[in-house]
Design a protein around this ligand. Structure first.
Ligand code: TYC
Length: 103
């Protein structure tokens, strides 16, 4: 039986504060040589974009020099941009994906 004359102090709880992971942008950079179709092929293959989205992102880079492809963790951003840059190198195109921290 619990005694009513003794106050039991609740144990102090330690709050575990999880830090939000810092996010990174994958940037598609325009150039004058890579065919538009090749850019959309890479966007579809590596970033799983639909034809419509890949075309829109490619045209954004084409018109404004750069386009944000995706925002994700550093690890994923670096893996994906390396994968995409490797495809461009294999095909001998200067297409370049870069990563940068999101403000
Ligand atoms: N500017 C290229 C052309 O006219 C096409 C292109 C678009 C290349 C986007 C890279 O990120 C890019 N052939």
């Amino acid at each position: 039986m619990p005694r009513k004359d003794i106050a039991v102090k609740p144990k102090q709880q330690t709050k575990l504060q999880l830090q939000k992971p810092k996010l990174y942008k994958v940037i598609l950079n325009n150039d004058d040589y890579t065919p538009r179709e090749f850019v959309t092929i890479v966007l579809k293959a590596v970033f799983r974009m639909s034809s419509e989205t890949s075309n829109r992102v490619m045209m954004t880079a084409h018109e404004f020099c750069k386009a944000v492809v995706v925002v994700c963790t550093k690890d994923i951003a670096e893996t994906k941009s390396t994968e995409a840059n490797d495809l461009a190198k294999e095909a001998s195109f200067p297409l370049l994906f870069t990563t940068e921290p999101e403000e």
